[in-house]
Design a protein around this ligand. Structure first.
Ligand code: GLN
Length: 290
């Protein structure tokens, strides 16, 4: 999407608010979904064709005026629950707030759910508009849902309890239990690269790390930014024995039935990159822009 059409898109959020209200009241075909006609680039002129206008600007949200988000909220620093406020917080939460703001929507976070249910929930539709979950863009996921343009680079890591002297070689043994978060790229990496080990899928990385701490599991395989952060802030008796350059990139999952929303999300992400919002969020959670 060009700079010009992005501007039109942002303007359209205000200009066409009236259209949105009329559509929402007059429709009746689907009371839960809001048909959001953000802008009509064809009407706005400047060379956009009617087809492009539809592809880039029309989308629905499950709740009117809101960007409803889902995640597994036990993946710090990307997402976690702030115990004192009871609100979700983290890198992805700030991304969701800025995203919604750029789209002229209010952000709405649903309660945490297991990571391996996020793609099916988005695919089935009706509950949430986007999954923002430190989710790696993979071909397999792209068969089920659309993934936005990448917004974070990531890799894998192997974490053990300091002093246990495990290596990738000693861990590749049926006696060794490798904890992973169910349905993640870490699980996939462990299954492919430690084929003799016993892989234990769990619902959260917190459970996996606590289990390594208490000796229940021999190692965790998980995303490197998360293991680094967790070891620095909470699990100081764990260590990373291998950084694995898988070259992953995180994207936001959107239903394939809502291509206009994907366009709007990508457009907002591009705006966040160019106006410094993304750098500010990176600085907040990682000390500097990534
Ligand atoms: N990035 C990994 C994946 O997409 C892990 C994500 C997570 O656990 N939240 O599979």
């Amino acid at each position: 999407m060009s700079q010009i059409s992005r501007r039109q898109f942002l303007q359209g959020g205000t200009l066409f608010a009236g259209t949105l209200a009329l559509t929402a009241c007059g429709g009746g075909a689907n009371e839960d979904a809001t048909s959001t006609q953000v802008a009509d680039e064809a009407a706005a002129g400047e060379g956009a064709t009617a087809d492009e206008a539809v592809a880039t600007t029309d989308y629905t949200t499950v709740e009117e005026g809101k960007l409803t988000c889902i995640s597994n909220l036990f993946f710090p620093p990307f997402e976690s629950m702030n115990e004192s406020t009871g609100e979700p917080e983290g890198f992805d939460i700030d991304v969701s707030k800025s995203l919604a703001e750029h789209m002229g929507l209010e952000v709405n976070w649903l309660p945490s759910q297991d990571f391996d249910t996020l793609v099916p929930t988005i695919k089935n539709g009706g509950k949430a508009d986007v999954a923002i979950a430190g989710m790696t863009i993979t071909d397999k996921r792209k068969e089920e849902v659309d993934m936005s343009d990448p917004y974070v680079d990531s890799n894998q890591s192997i974490v053990i309890k300091s002093g246990t002297d495990e290596t990738a070689e000693t861990l590749d043994d049926a006696e060794k239990v490798i904890a992973v978060q169910s349905g993640t790229t870490g699980q996939e990496w462990a299954q492919e690269n430690l084929p003799n080990a016993t892989i234990k899928p769990l619902s959260t990385i917190i459970e996996a790390m606590s289990g390594v701490q208490t000796g229940l599991y021999n190692a965790v395989v998980c995303d490197l930014p998360v293991s680094k952060y967790q070891i620095k802030t909470s699990y100081t008796d764990l260590e990373i024995i291998e950084e694995i350059p898988t070259g992953e990139q995180y994207g936001i999952a959107v239903s394939k039935d809502n291509p206009g929303l994907l366009e709007a999300v990508n457009s907002a992400l591009a705006a966040m990159e160019s106006d410094g919002s993304m750098d500010a969020i990176e600085a907040e959670w990682f000390g500097s822009a990534l």
